[in-house]
Design a protein around this ligand. Sequence first.
Ligand code: ADP
Ligand code: NI
Length: 214
Amino acid sequence: MVEKINQLKQYVSEQLSTDTTGHDYTHIQRVADLAKTISKKTEQSDLLIVLSASYLHDVIDDKLVDDTYGKQKEVQSKLKELDYTSEQIDEVMDIITHMSYSANLKHHYELTINGQIVQDADRLDAIGAIGVARAMYFGGHFGDTIYDPAQMPRNDMDKSQYREHTTVINHFYEKLFKLPDLMNTSVAKQMADRRSQYMHDFVREFKDEWQGIH
Ligand code: ADP
Ligand code: NI
């Protein structure tokens, strides 16, 4: 298992080495570490699947690559080359193509327990202090406004509406504050509640300062 994972790490770090949207290799490493922690505390999880999907989860993301279908084929060949069984390849592909927030806006995909763990880990890295930093960094990359009180957060978006950004502060209401209730595992839910508390404090303080309250 160690050899397979090391090969995947190498592959993924080459793929994401130029990312400046908050999906760089350090995000991937944090997700893999969180997923490992959750996996150890969750019965019936398979660490090879959990780690493989964690490392690969952003390589095929349509906001980062243009030819997602081509990338999926490339990832499948990579796994085959590393002697993953076809069942293992199918599960990893199923997880990484269905776990994203945007894929689940209008339809909820049932992931395997391994997929639920990776999804929780990815979502944990979107919230808390790191979540605040990543959201601001992402907004800066796309030239988004930080805050505009005249623009209200949106509800019930489909994927293309979700991809049209409003403001970074709206992103907290449109996604980040919703994540704790969407956690699959109880381990992640506990961590998410703590991180979420911190984010709510941040946004409250931000708005107070904006209004000159203190
Ligand atoms: P997924 O890949 O699960 O669909 P997203 O594409 O929404 O998730 O985003 C991954 C991370 O990118 C988010 O957790 C957040 O940090 C950042 N992000 C996405 N959209 C925005 C946005 N409109 N404003 C600020 N940050 C964003
Ligand atoms: Ni991710």
